[in-house]
Ligand binder design. Structure first.
Ligand SMILES: Cc1cc2nc3c(=O)[nH]c(=O)nc-3n(C[C@H](O)[C@H](O)[C@H](O)COP(=O)(O)O)c2cc1C
Length: 371
């Protein structure tokens, strides 16, 4: 009950869904996520043509992934069979679709709707291929695609956003005006994950989309911007790998969340871990999931609103001799110094940047703000 969420008219048992990607490429993988507790699964993106993927298509480094996979390698007809099969097994399935024109988009939408999809996610946001450059940042194209799709189906339509567009508030309003039921964000971030110095070759052959833990801050900012711009519900995606990540997205305005890369890192069990963790936290706080949506937005100020106060850090307690020196190294004004094995704090030099507060991981050592 605590986790129940109404999202775009869908009555969901919890806010945790699974994102479009190869972890939802067929009924077996989709059912695995649903069995792990996901309230809905977004399919890998369905297009008219079958895409033969380049190989290799994914590289992992520092908890981030670059992929150069564009969309599903199953044809539309095959997906219609898949969707019917998932519906027979009682799953909630959101069909992610993409096309080169609004009329093609409407055709695919109508097909997946007739096959029984519970909702549609428009994938106009892939950072490689023609995604964002051609479709996902053009307000007219967005408006026409959404409008055509909505006229063709009788299920909720959400639009997936890229973090790359600079006019995110404007685009969110365009999509809302066109009649979309919701917005999901973010798709992957355009990337080159690295270069092999010996061969002078990038680690993957072309630009790709970056996902996983490192993109969470970009996702949070994008979701907050969208939530501040429109009234339709938002679904948060990007770097969610545990329950607190999911709750952070919700506090910044997401009614639901989607998990993607974490399934490659931890397996589908990550879905049940996130759900259980959220439930436990909400129980401890005596809250319902619906009650926390957007709770942090009123504390999110615009730059001009930030009050310029003479904050300083305060060193509370003592730092044990064996501890690290990260605060000393990080302090660019020399306010922290290690002397005879102890951290010495020179408050008169502190300019209140706040870095030491986030750097200090030692529980015996506390730094607080003081006016
Ligand atoms: C290998 C891979 C394939 C993906 N394929 C799709 C896709 O077909 N359609 C889509 O809309 N997003 C696709 N995505 C993006 C994810 O749905 C998600 O938006 C992104 O990975 C950020 O979430 P994450 O950090 O939890 O993975 C893909 C991501 C990865 C890593």
């Amino acid at each position: 009950m605590r986790l129940k969420m109404d999202f775009m008219g869908l009555s969901l048992k919890n806010p945790v869904m699974v994102a479009a990607g190869p972890w939802s490429r067929n009924p077996e993988t989709i059912m695995r996520s649903l069995d792990a507790g996901a309230s809905a699964v977004v399919t890998e993106t369905i297009a008219m043509e079958v895409r033969q993927n380049v190989r290799p298509w994914i590289y992992s480094k520092n908890e981030g992934y670059q992929n150069v996979r564009l969309y599903s390698d199953h044809a539309l007809e095959q997906w219609l069979v898949f969707i019917r099969q998932i519906k027979k097994e009682g799953g909630t399935v959101i069909a992610s679709i993409m096309a080169h024109s609004p009329s093609e988009m409407a055709y695919i939408a109508k097909s997946v709707y007739k096959a029984g999809a519970d909702a549609i996610e428009l994938g106009l946001s892939i950072p490689h291929g023609e995604g964002v450059a051609v479709m996902g940042s053009d307000p007219d194209h967005m408006y026409n695609s959404v409008k055509r799709v909505i006229q063709s189906v009788d299920i909720p339509v959400m639009v997936k956003f890229s973090p790359h567009v600079t006019n995110i508030s404007e685009l969110a309003k365009v999509v809302e005006k066109a009649g979309a039921s919701g917005i999901s964000a973010i798709d992957t971030v355009r990337s080159i994950i690295g270069v092999d110095l010996e061969t002078s070759k990038p680690l993957l052959a072309t630009y790709g989309g970056y996902s996983g833990v490192p993109i969470k801050p970009i996702g949070l900012a994008t979701v907050a911007s969208i939530a501040q711009s429109v009234k339709i519900p938002v679904c948060g995606i990007g770097g969610i790998s545990n329950w607190s990540d999911g709750l952070e997205y919700m506090m910044l305005g997401a009614s639901t969340i989607q998990i993607g890369s974490a399934i490659m890192t931890h397996g589908p069990e990550v879905i049940s871990d996130v759900i259980q963790g959220m439930d436990k936290w909400l129980e401890q706080k005596q809250l319902r999931a619906e009650g926390i949506v957007g709770k942090a937005l009123s504390n999110l100020k615009s730059f001009d609103e930030i009050e310029i106060l003479p904050y300083k850090a305060v060193l509370n307690g003592t730092c044990p001799e064996s501890s690290c020196e990260t605060c000393v190294v990080g302090c660019l004004v020399g306010a922290l110094e290690k002397k005879n094995g102890n951290i010495v704090y020179h408050q008169e030099l502190c300019n209140g940047c706040g870095l030491c507060v986030s750097l200090c991981k030692d529980q015996n050592f506390e730094l607080k703000w003081r006016l």
